[in-house]
Design a protein around this ligand. Sequence first.
Ligand code: BDR
Ligand code: CA
Length: 338
Amino acid sequence: TQRLFFDCDTGIDDSVALLYLLARADVELVGIASTAGNVPVDVVTTNNLAWLELCGRPEIPVHVGPVAPLVAELMTTEDTHGPLGVGHAELPTPTITPDHLDAPDAWIEASRAHEGELVGLVTGPLTSLATAIRRDPGLPSRLRRLVIMGGAFHTHGNTTPTSEWNVAVDPEAAAEVFAAFGTAGAPEPIVCALDLTEQVVLTPDHVVRLAAASGSSPLECPDPGDERGLRSVADNEIIRHLTDALRFYFEFHQDHDEGYIAHLHDPFAAMVALNPDLVTTIPARVDVELVGTLTRGMTVADERWMSPLGPNARIATATDLDAVFDDLIDTIGAFARA
Ligand code: BDR
Ligand code: CA
């Protein structure tokens, strides 16, 4: 059993990541931190609670993070994830409530309770984790592994020309987290940046396969001439909500001329968190531009050892995409069927 603490800004792809984590019988999800990002933190929290209740896991604690980034004003992106962060899904209002510990304290407590064992996964801005490290600088060295979805190195950004969303929302937090892992004793975070996560391209066919794997009634796949036609008629509640969420994500990507597809950034990072062998990595010194007038929020990687400082991260550079989708579909499908 791997013990994992999940920090997210749920979010459509965060939702898929959460379902994947819940679906893995060999994972103990010790807690979930809600961090402001895709939507405000109270909406992130509601979504996390709603998914947990829907999946029959109300005992997993959800911890509320800060309402705003460390320095920047909060930006949210309802355009990308829908007005409530879960696309077209209408999740039932949760009856469970958040835990009394806030997200930074929950990070600290989890790292103390499971010292040397805990896998951390961040698929949102790094505000909660940076705040935790400010409160307890010993936190990084207590983790077994940390995986971060964030950054863009040899590709364009998705928020500004040079910056990726999770870093762009709270660049100071990202900078502080990377700096904290430059020190001895702390594991180098594995960074899943856009360079790789934009290759994790979900298509309607994958969703049709997922519905089939769950034993749900067949979904209608769109014809080439009817791209907006992914019909969500699944009788399985989890698959129906997931399809409704993903349909919005497909539409968003299509509106940005990327086709009727979706990038599954966060589920990919979740898979890497549980199985780092899924990716090839290179060591690098990663830092975040904070003052550039054009490039604030850009992640800069020293991959050629120019800095006297040693590496503080491992950047994921390659993976087996067929294995990623087979595992995602089989794991969530079997979970939804049960
Ligand atoms: C990241 O931005 C968010 O909108 C997604 O959930 C993902 O974590 C990709 O840049
Ligand atoms: Ca996210």
